[in-house]
Design a protein around this ligand. Structure first.
Ligand code: ADP
Ligand code: MG
Length: 357
């Protein structure tokens, strides 16, 4: 289990992680979802002990990542945004090197390496130079180094960025497979990516956790919450009397309208409820004129957009990514341009090796 308590990371005056609190239980796939620059990589780098936090603590199975790094790190396998691959090594050679780094006992090393190769489907390329592998296979090598030594928790930072649709599906299946034996946390800036594979979604925006639930609950909440916005002339009590009389209304939020004597009212309705006409007559009878009435359906996408809306640029990027995903064209998800000063790797456009399917 991972506990993140009151985590803060400042870069100068910039607050990249803003008092994050969450808990990760064993045996599930968690999705860390948020636009570019939201603070996902920073949080993951702190959780895995790569960088220090400004405030707060991270406990991995009860071990503090700072004061007991060895015990804590043993529980975690990490695939950072930029996989730490030595491209001049062959796959098996690199994994042997990783096994040594992870201090896996000599007698167990070979079995561990073979298990990692098997789990990530690398058998056919185990003798090849990493530099000659496609991005999809390199990502598998990154995954293999993360699972090496069978840590309880696997943390993957944007594991499908830059892959083509076929590779994305393969890596997704692989991640689902990993979850049988590990707790998995993965990050993404694409909603569908996370809702596809994760049991639990944490939405992060500007370093803050803005939602945390199962995709089912998030979707259910949105699907059933059919909302209506009204501007009504009248006082709160009169309005409440009308809304209380209709059982289709699940909840009511009210605040003073901009014009004096008016109230801005948001109604959350049961699914399929259409009470527009009844509202009209009921408010007329109560002598509270409706000045404005609109209804809207909220989707998971809307909620994600709303929760993370203040970053317009990120929003546009996500829309572009989602559009690309809908089509059958090759996806070229843009590398994170987060101005972090950590430059993205230059991918050689035609690095796909021949005959590798
Ligand atoms: P994400 O992974 O969600 O795209 P990051 O964690 O990479 O977001 O970045 C969060 C914020 O912190 C961004 O605004 C980014 O510019 C900033 N940031 C990240 N790393 C650094 C750094 N080393 N120095 C200064 N600012 C940084
Ligand atoms: Mg990132």
């Amino acid at each position: 289990m991972i506990e993140v308590k009151n985590l803060v990371k400042r870069y100068g005056s910039h607050l990249a992680v803003d008092h994050l609190n969450f808990r990760v239980e064993d045996g599930q796939i968690y999705g860390f979802l948020g636009p570019n620059g939201a603070g996902k990589s920073t949080t993951m780098n702190i959780m895995t002990g790569y960088i220090g936090a400004t405030e707060g603590e991270v406990l991995i199975d009860g071990h503090d990542i700072l004061s007991e790094p060895e015990e804590a790190k043993k529980c975690i396998g990490y695939l950072p945004e930029i996989p730490p691959l030595y491209t001049d090594m062959k796959v098996e050679e690199y994994l042997r090197f990783v096994a040594e780094l992870k201090k896996i006992e000599k007698e167990k090393r070979e079995a561990c390496i073979q298990h990692a190769i098997e789990m990530t489907g690398l058998a056919s390329v185990s003798g090849r130079l990493i530099r000659n592998l496609s991005k999809g296979f390199r990502q598998r090598v990154g995954l293999a180094q993360a699972v090496m030594g069978m840590p309880k928790i696997i943390i993957l930072d944007e594991p499908t960025v830059g892959l083509d649709p076929k590779q994305i599906i393969e890596i997704r299946d692989l991640i689902r497979g990993l979850a049988k034996e590990h707790t998995v946390i993965l990050s993404s800036h694409i909603l569908s990516e996370v809702s596809e594979v994760c049991d639990h979604i944490m939405i992060i925006s500007h370093g803050k956790l803005v939602a945390s639930d199962t995709p089912e609950n998030l979707t259910k909440m949105m699907d059933t919450s059919h909302r209506m916005e009204l501007l009504i002339k009248g006082d709160g009590q009169q309005i409440r009397r009308v809304t209380d009389s209709m059982e289709e209304i699940v909840s009511v939020e009210m605040k003073n309208g901009e014009e004096e004597g008016t109230m801005a009212v948001t109604l959350n309705l049961q699914e399929h409820a259409d009470i527009r006409e009844r509202l009209f007559y009921a408010f007329a009878e109560a002598r509270c004129p409706i000045l404005m009435m609109t209804s809207s359906r909220v989707s998971l996408e809307d909620v994600f957009m709303e929760l993370t809306a203040d970053d317009k640029k990120a929003r546009m990027e996500m829309e572009a990514a989602a559009d690309q995903e809908e089509g059958t064209e090759k996806i070229a998800v843009p590398q994170a341009e987060n101005g972090s000063g950590e430059e993205a790797p230059e991918e050689n456009a035609d690095d796909t090796i021949k005959g590798e399917q």
